[in-house]
Design a protein around this ligand. Structure first.
Ligand SMILES: [Fe+2]
Length: 413
């Protein structure tokens, strides 16, 4: 457990960062819900606050009174053990409470949490939950950006969240790095914070494989498209083929063809597609189809973790304020393992051997989602740097594209 003084500093930093991320968005921006999977910024600001109020303040305060009796219903995301909740797809309809009241809610809960930390009156169990709340809030920081991007991208004016800092991406050669078959330990070793789904650490046989030194670029993905990638069923998993036909998909999300040239919508507005930057906002199905077309495959999450565990957590993260993936600097070995884009793996999101969700409502955090989703690794340009680890398992349904998701090729030797 982190000492309470360090936790207090971390709490203040994470909470302030969330507010700073929302600041470029107007109150009207923060109200919009562009699709069922995305939430309004205002809801993220309130829900991440509700998490601390419900799981830290409620059990710790002797004379606990909620900030507002209705907020349990409005801002509980999915915790059945806490009680009934507002339907996710209807979060954008909540014009009340106003953004002003949500910000007052944040301030109120911040002050109450800080008081308990300063008094040193939180139990070890509550301190652990508080730390979980900080990592939870970092997940919502990334969602604020992905959801705002989706909402702004639905506006025909294609407004920008930030000023462009785009420099043309440099071309970089793709090399193959190889690894031998071996038995290794996968999962979190218990030092420092990890989510429950990263444990138990366990032994696995990882086969010999080769992995690409960088992410697939837009130029490479365009080749797949120009060779009829979206119109040849042999490249696609059946569910993926059905999905691109049902949705009329012809390109990654946010790509638009204007007079024969592809443009891409970014958080800095729309601009011409840069061929050397990573192809991003791909579904698992698109990543998988590209890999099959290229005569390769996606890495398993074990192969990815084996390759990442010795590498420093360095790359293009949210703190770098580009908020868009870029090409790697020329360097030997694997690049872009951390930051830039989440990497789809071929691994289904399932429990590790011996996994038990924690008791109580927080057991619902990760465990109950272990079906129908695929594992992504490595973090993105929208992820806070301190949030990610080599053992980190992100997960999304295979058709999801609004996260910053891309692919790295792997192949059998
Ligand atoms: Fe949440």
């Amino acid at each position: 457990v982190i000492p309470p003084a360090d936790l207090l500093a971390a709490f203040r930093a994470v909470r302030a960062r969330t507010v700073a991320l929302a600041a470029p968005l107007s109150p009207e921006d923060q109200q919009v819900q562009s699709m069922a999977e995305a939430s309004p910024t205002k809801w993220h600001l309130a829900h991440s606050t509700w998490f601390f109020e419900t799981f830290v303040l409620k059990p710790a305060e002797s004379a606990h009174r909620p900030f507002h009796a209705g907020f349990d219903y409005l801002f509980n995301s999915y915790y059945e053990a806490v009680g009934p909740r507002h339907e996710r797809a209807r979060r954008g309809l909540l014009s009340r409470p106003s953004l002003e009241i949500v910000m007052a809610y944040r301030k109120n809960v911040d002050a109450r949490v800080e008081r308990l930390l300063e008094q040193g009156s939180l139990s070890a169990e509550r301190l652990t939950t508080l730390e979980l709340g900080l990592h939870h809030e970092q997940q919502h920081q990334e969602l604020i950006l992905t959801d705002a991007k989706h909402a702004l991208g639905e506006n025909p004016l294609l407004p920008a969240y930030l000023e462009s800092r785009h420099e043309h991406a440099a071309p970089s050669r793709m090399e193959w790095t190889s690894a031998k078959e071996e038995i290794i330990e996968i999962g979190h070793d218990g030092r420092g914070f990890a989510f429950d789904n990263e444990a138990p650490r366990h032994r696995v046989v990882v086969p010999a494989c080769e992995m690409a030194s960088r992410l697939v670029t837009c130029a490479e993905y365009l080749e797949f498209m120009s060779e009829g990638g979206y119109s040849r069923p042999d490249a696609w998993l059946s569910d993926g083929w059905d999905e691109i036909r049902a949705e009329g998909r012809q390109a990654p999300l946010y790509w638009t063809l204007h007079d024969g040239a592809w443009s891409v919508f970014t958080l800095a507005g729309e601009r011409l597609l840069d061929p050397h930057e990573p192809a991003c906002h791909l579904s698992f199905f698109e990543a998988d189809a590209y890999a099959r077309w290229a005569g390769a495959r996606l890495p398993t999450e074990q192969e990815w973790e084996r390759a990442a565990r010795e590498l420093p957590i360095a790359g293009n993260f949210a703190e770098d304020a580009r908020l868009h993936p870029t090409s790697p600097r020329e360097s030997a070995g694997l690049t872009q393992m951390f930051g830039d884009c989440w990497e789809w793996t071929s691994s289904a999101y399932r429990p590790y051997p011996g996994y038990r969700p924690p008791a109580g409502a927080l057991g619902e955090y990760n465990g109950k989602f272990m079906s129908g989703q695929m594992v992504l690794r490595g973090g993105s340009c929208l992820t806070p740097r301190s949030h990610v680890r080599a053992t980190y398992r992100n997960y999304f349904p295979p058709g999801a594209r609004w996260q910053c998701t891309a692919l790295r090729l792997a192949r059998d030797p």
